[in-house]
Write a protein that binds this ligand. Structure first.
Ligand SMILES: [Zn+2]
Length: 475
């Protein structure tokens, strides 16, 4: 338990209450700008979202910059100054884009930002306009403190800040970030260069039994997408052939879809051991079972778990392959001579593209492989930030300060975020969007899901947590 005073305790109650209301309204405003990626015509949602964020920053007295390196794909940045005695800046990173949301199954329009049953509904409510709103809330508080001290927040140091705070919110994360953070790495690296960064995916309460675990993202898997061209022989459907390309493709898919061997990386081992120790009982046995030598035992234990968590855990202890696209055939009575598959491979830290390809080839086996041409579509490295970094300890402390029952643990996510780009340029990046969620929330299902929503009290709880993180890391 931390005993030091929380910087947020120095905020006047009415100031904090107002800032908390603003976080909710900012989130709703952001949801009402459909910054969908891939952009539908005319496709300027991300630019409009960037301009909206810029207007909030300008109103706070800052001088934000919006860039549009590709038509409609806007990113936005602002800098708050410290007095320079604390070293390199601190980066608040986020993305402006959201995945599409076909409204048919939603109970609220995905782009209305409705409030109902204590939640804000809408695409982006948890991925990740919630954290943008929280980060903007912190930036507003800091800028207001500068103004109150008679300083210009756009150019003067913010009272008490020893390092600069960078706010950078980007386009295109949902498609790999190449037209957003990827462009910024090349052309505006000073928007990202920092001693440490926080980004989406972490610091969210998961209730397990009667314990509240807060996984903080320190690592993420890499991905390799391959297009496999399968060659068979064309023919007449009345006389079936073994080298029907659709039949070959089906065999290849069933081989690729078989789960691979368990491989526990250091981050996952640390996560499993820390969490098991904190939870104790049956759950600890289940978790520790993942580390054992016998995959059948761990699978039996996982099968007894909540399916949502079991799916995530299975994916985190192995390299995975998901065959997601198959095309073949032109007519019911013509044996297809060609088939095309697209597969999504997610690799653990330590794997290269060559390793991923070798696994795919071995799975397919030499005979079927002779009928295949494998083409790489895209590869992104797995990344890891050190969980002994001072910023990680500070994030964990901030959670415990605001929730004495919090159990913060370092975690790896099975998917990719913009942290790939910042970690690649040497900025330790941690997933931290603090939400004290109620036990019944199914957070993992909200991501890209129907009726995406965030609980207002959880969202508002995170504001002073984030404020304390910034104040302490930069103080
Ligand atoms: Zn996201």
């Amino acid at each position: 338990m931390t005993t030091t005073a929380r910087p947020s305790d120095a905020l006047a109650p009415d100031v904090l209450a107002h800032a908390r209301e603003e976080v909710v309204e900012t989130l709703r405003d952001l949801i009402r700008i459909p910054s969908v990626n891939p952009p539908p015509e005319p496709g300027d949602g991300e630019l409009r979202a960037a301009r909206y964020v810029a207007s909030v920053l300008t109103e706070a007295g800052l001088h934000p910059e919006v860039v549009e390196p590709f038509p409609g794909r806007g990113s936005v940045h602002a800098r708050l100054r410290g007095d320079g005695t604390g070293g390199e800046p601190f980066l608040l990173l986020s993305h402006l884009d959201v995945v599409p949301a076909p409204p048919a199954e939603w109970t609220h329009d995905p782009f209305d930002g409705d409030v109902a049953d204590g939640h804000v509904y809408g695409r982006g409510a948890v991925d990740m306009k919630d954290l943008i709103a929280q980060q903007l809330g912190v930036v507003r508080l800091l800028a207001a403190e500068a103004r109150a001290a008679g300083r210009d927040p756009a150019s003067d140091p913010i009272p008490g800040l020893t390092r600069d705070v960078l706010f950078t919110s980007t386009a295109d994360e949902e498609a790999g970030g190449f037209q957003g953070v990827g462009w910024i790495v090349e052309h505006r690296p000073e928007w990202l260069h920092a001693e440490g960064a926080i980004n989406e995916c972490g610091g969210v309460a998961v209730t397990v039994g009667d314990k509240r675990v807060y996984p903080i993202q320190v690592a993420e898997k890499g991905f390799a997408v391959y297009r496999i061209h399968v060659h068979g022989t064309w023919g007449h459907g009345s006389m079936p052939r073994e080298d029907n390309a659709a039949v070959l493709a089906a065999s290849i898919i069933s081989r690729l879809a078989t789960p691979g061997e368990i491989r526990v990386t250091p981050v996952m081992r640390h996560f499993v051991e820390t969490t098991a120790e904190a939870l104790g009982g049956e759950l600890a046995t289940t978790l520790l079972g993942l580390l054992g030598d016998d995959p059948r035992t761990s699978e039996r234990r996982l099968a007894a778990c909540d399916a949502m968590y079991a799916r995530a855990l299975r994916a985190l202890v192995r390299d995975t392959i998901s065959p997601d696209v198959i095309h073949s055939g032109i007519k019911y009575n013509v044996i297809p001579g060609e088939a095309t598959l697209e597969i999504d491979c997610r690799v653990l830290p330590g794997m290269t593209e060559a390793d991923a390809r070798r696994v795919v080839e071995e799975r397919i086996g030499p005979e079927l492989l002779a009928a295949c041409k494998i083409e790489l579509v895209i590869f992104a490295e797995p990344v890891e930030s050190p969980h002994h970094h001072p910023l990680f300890g500070l994030l964990a402390d901030a959670l415990r300060d605001h929730d004495p029952d919090a159990i913060p643990v370092p975690f790896m996510v099975p998917f990719a975020t913009d942290a790939k780009h910042t970690t690649g340029m040497g900025v330790p990046t941690f997933g931290f969007s603090p939400l004290k969620l109620a036990p019944e929330e199914r957070f993992l299902e909200r991501f890209h899901g129907v009726d995406e929503r965030v609980a207002i009290d959880a969202l508002q709880w995170g504001l002073p947590v984030l404020y304390d993180v910034v104040r302490r890391f930069c103080g």
